[in-house]
Design a protein. Structure first.
Length: 476
């Protein structure tokens, strides 16, 4: 089958979150399962630099709406995945974040930029496709491509079936009513059964309404988003379409994240040589200016610093955590208030708390390998990847029971069962109690070692999720 992936991000070139990782790792897994997958992604500057000689395979004239002329270029990723690069300088030749300007505000023309991406995805899935390669299933991701099923409903004649994956329901692509005309959509699309959403035009709502099937990135999240508490205003629609809604847990790239071969690590290890993690703990402590000691657990965070991630809960109990005693390392960026609060925490606890604002891929790998336990107290988490990286690296995760965290982390007990630590309420006291429980078990080396091995034994590769998608495509 011919599967067209439509995405606004693809690692390593353009990535702001888990979507970029999924767009990079799932297509190769689908190709190993026998699918012919091509990935449609904007020709951002990073991709233009990576593929400067990518040939044009189709010219796309300007449309009746506000879409400028564009072109499709062809390239091949290092893993062999074919890429279709949407080249439109007016829309995509911009520096930095694909969604935000240097002032931190949304680009004023995001409706047109991602409307064009959605339209081209729909075009390639329609009877009017300019390519000889014909799409059987169009797989869209998040709001940035969610308008494609809408174009297939109202503007183009569909040849392919459509799947829309929700990576994070909080981001819905909301624009003013005037966008209907500039997106080239007919008046009948402005209805409760179309793109209208409380007086706004919603890319995501339109896609959820018209996609042939909806998936999201974990079974628990699929249930949560059908509740009024976690449905972000779309629970009613998702309940209405629950018969075509499936939660499929993401995988991780097990070649990139492998402690036995990771090029970012000075020492490699397996489940049979976990003692080598102590050397990596010392290396991490030295690198970040922490006291080099193994008489206390070292907890870590690699995350976007935001309320969603629950890191304000950690700040509220961090002084008590350090007093256990324990150490803490934090890598991430995001909300300015959280960034400043973590900086102040490090100043209060020199040698025991290290904070680096920003992102460093190599340091992220060293943290996963060098810490004793990973803290991920998210208020909501559609899937989460870091808890699976942590499990693979023998680093038990400490998580709140939500979304994909609930689907992957099993609470530890005194009988060497489980693979991490789970708490329920998003409250500092409950997080602190769980951190204390983890610190106590860390001091009992035999039980802790078994806990590490339990996590490392699980298969979090993309092989099983990819097969589930293959089965879904075939059913459609």
């Amino acid at each position: 089958m011919n599967i067209l992936f439509a995405t606004s991000e693809i690692a390593p070139w353009v990535k702001t979150g888990g979507l970029g990782d999924v767009a990079a790792a799932l297509p190769p897994a689908l190709r190993r399962a026998g699918m012919d997958v091509r990935v449609l992604v904007p020709f951002y500057p990073a991709l233009a630099a990576a593929f400067p000689d990518a040939p044009i395979v189709a010219e796309l004239p300007a449309t009746a709406g506000a879409f400028p002329g564009a072109a499709l270029r062809s390239a091949t990723a290092p893993d062999g995945t074919p890429l279709l690069l949407l080249d439109c300088m007016a829309c995509y030749t911009r520096s930095g974040n694909p969604y935000l300007g240097s002032d931190g505000r949304d680009w004023h023309d995001n409706a047109v930029r991602f409307g064009l991406l959605s339209y081209v995805a729909a075009l390639l899935a329609s009877t009017a496709s300019p390519l000889a390669w014909q799409t059987d299933v169009l797989h869209c991701h998040d709001w940035q491509t969610a308008l494609a099923p809408v174009y297939l409903r109202y503007v183009l004649k569909a040849r392919a079936k459509s799947v829309l994956t929700i990576h994070n329901l909080a981001f819905q692509g909301l624009f003013g009513a005037h966008s209907l005309r500039e997106l080239g959509l007919p008046p009948q699309a402005w209805s409760m059964e179309g793109v209208e959403y409380y007086g706004h035009l919603s890319f995501l709502k339109g896609g959820l309404q018209h996609a042939d099937h909806i998936t999201t990135v974990s079974p628990t999240y699929a249930r949560e988003i059908q509740t009024d508490t976690d449905g972000m205003g779309l629970a009613g629609l998702l309940r209405y379409r629950s018969h075509v809604l499936t939660g499929i847990l993401n995988g991780i790239d097990t070649e990139q994240w492998d402690p036995s071969t990771d090029p970012h690590l000075p020492v490699h290890y397996k489940a049979s040589s976990l003692a080598r993690k102590d050397d990596l703990k010392s290396t991490l402590q030295q690198t970040l200016g922490l006291a080099v000691t193994n008489d206390r657990p070292l907890f870590g965070v690699v995350s976007r610093l935001s309320g969603q991630k629950g890191l304000d809960l950690l700040l509220a109990c961090a002084d008590e955590l350090i007093a256990l005693p324990a150490q803490l390392v934090v890598l991430g960026s995001g909300d300015a208030a959280l960034e400043n609060a973590f900086r102040e925490l490090a100043l209060r606890h020199p040698g025991q708390v290290a904070v680096k604002i920003g992102f460093d891929e190599g340091l992220a790998h060293l943290i996963e390998a060098g810490i004793d336990a990973f803290i991920m107290p998210s208020r909501f988490e559609p899937c989460g990847l870091n808890q699976m990286y942590s499990l693979r690296y023998g680093t038990p995760p400490i998580v709140r029971a939500t979304g994909g965290l609930a689907d992957t982390v099993i609470d530890a007990d005194d009988k060497s069962l489980g693979n991490g630590f789970v708490f329920s309420r998003a409250e500092p006291a409950e997080l602190l109690a769980t951190l204390r429980r983890a610190a106590d078990l860390w001091s009992r080396s035999r039980l802790w070692r078994q806990l590490q091995k339990n996590g490392m034994a699980a298969d979090h590769s993309w092989d099983q999720p990819a097969q589930t998608y293959v089965n879904l495509y075939r059913a459609l």
